[in-house]
Ligand binder design. Structure first.
Ligand SMILES: Cc1cc2nc3c(=O)[nH]c(=O)nc-3n(C[C@H](O)[C@H](O)[C@H](O)COP(=O)(O)O)c2cc1C
Length: 167
């Protein structure tokens, strides 16, 4: 229990990876964690495109503004929102995959595909599906540091009781 709690608090985006490919069984475990994510009405309106081909990975990265982690990683997982899917579900999916990856020694960084049209073209997405987010994934480079963005706001700035504005 304590392990899970600490694990949640310690998950960080990693942007430097070893070049070696991800072991198939390990990648499958990450995808499996995604598969078991809860979704609105259990619709599971998502799918994944696992990208390892270097040219496709580069093309995929060109659809976002801050996608160097994808360029540096041996693989990326494109998170596809199927028709009637919700972004909230996609977020849960991503977090589960990232926590699972971290638990088995893989590192991840979520990325945004600002140019969804381009991402859709690169991935060959059918009408009605979209890809706004992906996950760069691989084994962390030696000494890969935490995010350049740092810590978190204190709870005092975030928590309101009963009403947002008091009085
Ligand atoms: C929805 C979302 C989109 C993100 N997009 C990017 C991105 O395009 N490129 C990137 O390098 N990091 C991206 N990140 C990672 C955040 O920058 C990172 O989680 C945040 O700075 C906190 O870092 P930490 O978790 O390592 O402390 C994204 C994170 C989220 C949740």
């Amino acid at each position: 229990m304590r392990d899970t709690y600490d694990h949640i608090l310690k998950l960080r985006a990693v942007r430097a990876f070893q070049p070696r490919p991800i072991d198939d069984a390990e990648l499958e475990r990450v995808l499996e964690a995604g598969r078991w994510t809860g979704s609105s009405k259990n619709r599971q309106n998502w799918s994944f495109v696992v990208i390892t081909d270097p040219d496709t990975k580069t093309a995929f990265a060109s659809a976002g503004r801050f996608t160097d982690p994808v360029r540096h990683a041996p693989a990326a997982i494109a998170l596809i929102q199927e028709p009637e899917g919700y972004e909230f579900d996609t977020g849960r999916l991503a977090q589960n995959m990232m926590l699972a990856a971290d638990a088995i020694g893989l590192a991840t960084c979520p990325v945004t595909l600002h140019d969804e049209e381009r991402a859709a073209k690169v991935l060959g997405l059918p009408e009605g599906t979209r890809c706004r987010y992906g996950i760069a994934i691989g084994y962390p480079a030696a000494g890969a540091g935490p995010s350049r963005f740092g810590g978190r706001k204190p709870l005092g700035e975030l928590v309101h009781r009963d009403r947002y504005e008091s009085g």
